[in-house]
Design a protein around this ligand. Structure first.
Ligand code: SF4
Length: 397
């Protein structure tokens, strides 16, 4: 997709510092396209409402654009919307799923028998369903034993916002994926042992939207409301960009998910509890990235800039939006003692339950998870064809 002016400015600055910038890879259609399922995609119009919205233009490579409608036309497919699966039901010995219990749109409880259950909810929702259904041994941080809930990790974000008197960026003509990346400080790109941490981060600039209120970056010290705030919006709209750092987060023994002993949801199920905080390794990583993004900011010669990065006094705070890239909790592996699913995402304990999503990641290795989630799902689907012909534990084979 063509690069916008903010991306080009970053590209030039990065090249000037000897780095290797490249266009951010994405799943928006750059031209009209009909995919292998007959779904038609229109060329992306840079409408500026990519994030947090469905694509009215059928340009975004999301399931509802690319797959679901084709699937719905298959004679053997039925989609029940407004349904909420409460639990996977198991046989008496706990080794076989018999189906799921769900609430329909009238909140009536329905049991749906099934030979095969695919758990494909959001990553932490997958973990909640497994724990609530009694599939796999819950992780115990005191002993390090158990598998469901372990290896929960997140993504370490930071950024430097730059303001330019002379810029005329057009953020309202943004696309969710338009942008320029730098991977020179990513995992395995340089000797991080020398820097005192493991992990890494990719850096990027992209004006994805110019939505009112939500996307009004202003210089540090600007009042957050009132006449001065309005005046600052008029002055700085279209004159800023942010260099974002999307960093790794390792998994730790005391960062995990389990069922809350106290709080329950409206249906009586224990809530999922998250135990998590930032660790020194990941703070050192993000502070290293702060130095890199500030060097890049200076190279672009902004009028002013300010950074926002976690430091040694930072603790995880669930309130401000940071990222939705939660991973782990039902990880894939080669040993049932340390993983919830095998390499095909099949449950070690209940072989007719398969679990797809970022819950399978053993840690967050800096990237946004969607690409790897999609690839793993194709990998799982390929193995499932074999399983359906001959249902069995697939093991490591
Ligand atoms: S910017 Fe996003 S939502 Fe808008 S047309 Fe392009 S793909 Fe669709």
């Amino acid at each position: 997709m063509p690069q916008a002016s903010a991306s080009r400015r970053f590209h030039e600055a990065a090249e000037g510092l000897g780095l290797h910038p490249f266009p951010r890879p994405g799943g928006n259609a750059s031209r009209a396209y009909t995919n292998e399922y007959g779904m038609q995609l229109g060329p992306c119009t840079y409408c500026g409402f990519c994030e947090w919205y469905g694509c009215y233009n059928y340009s975004k490579a999301s399931p509802q654009t690319c797959v679901l409608d084709a699937l719905y036309r298959q004679p053997n497919v039925e989609i029940r919307t407004d349904s909420n699966v409460m639990k996977v039901e198991l046989s008496q010995d706990g080794k076989h799923a018999t189906g799921v219990t769900y609430l329909d749109e009238n909140l009536e409880e329905v049991f749906q028998p099934a030979d095969l259950v695919l758990i494909c909810a959001y990553s932490i929702h997958n973990v909640h369903l497994l724990l609530h259904s009694g599939i796999g041994t819950p992780y115990d941080p005191a002993t390090g034993e158990g598998v469901v809930g372990r290896n929960y990790s997140y993504q370490m974000m930071g950024g430097t916002s730059c303001f330019f008197d002379d810029a005329e960026f057009k953020p309202f003509a943004g696309a969710g994926i338009e942008g320029t990346c730098v991977m020179d400080f990513g995992i395995e790109q340089i000797d991080f042992g020398r820097e005192g941490f493991i992990g890494g981060s990719y850096l990027s600039v992209g004006l994805t939207n110019g939505q009112p209120i939500r996307s009004m970056p202003l210089p540090e010290g600007t009042p957050r409301w009132g006449a001065e705030w309005k005046q600052a919006i008029g002055q700085w709209y279209g004159k800023s960009l942010s260099i974002g750092s999307h960093g790794s987060n390792m998994s730790y023994r005391d960062c995990y998910l389990d069922l809350d002993p106290t709080y329950r949801d409206p249906f009586g199920r224990p809530l999922l509890r998250m135990t998590f905080d930032w660790k020194p390794n990941d703070i050192r990583m993000t502070q290293f990235m702060k130095r890199q993004t500030e060097a890049l900011a200076e190279a672009m010669q902004p009028t002013s800039w300010n950074s926002s990065y976690k430091d040694e006094n930072s603790h995880y705070d669930i309130r401000p939006y940071q990222t939705t890239h939660n991973v782990g909790g039902a990880i894939m592996g080669t040993d049932p003692a340390t993983s919830a699913v095998n390499r095909y995402l099949q449950s070690w304990d209940v072989p007719n339950v398969w679990v797809s999503g970022a819950s399978a990641f053993p840690q967050n290795i800096q990237f946004n998870p969607t690409g790897a989630v999609g690839a793993l799902t194709y990998w799982m689907a390929d193995a499932l064809r074999d399983y359906i012909r001959d249902p069995r534990p697939m093991g490591e084979g």
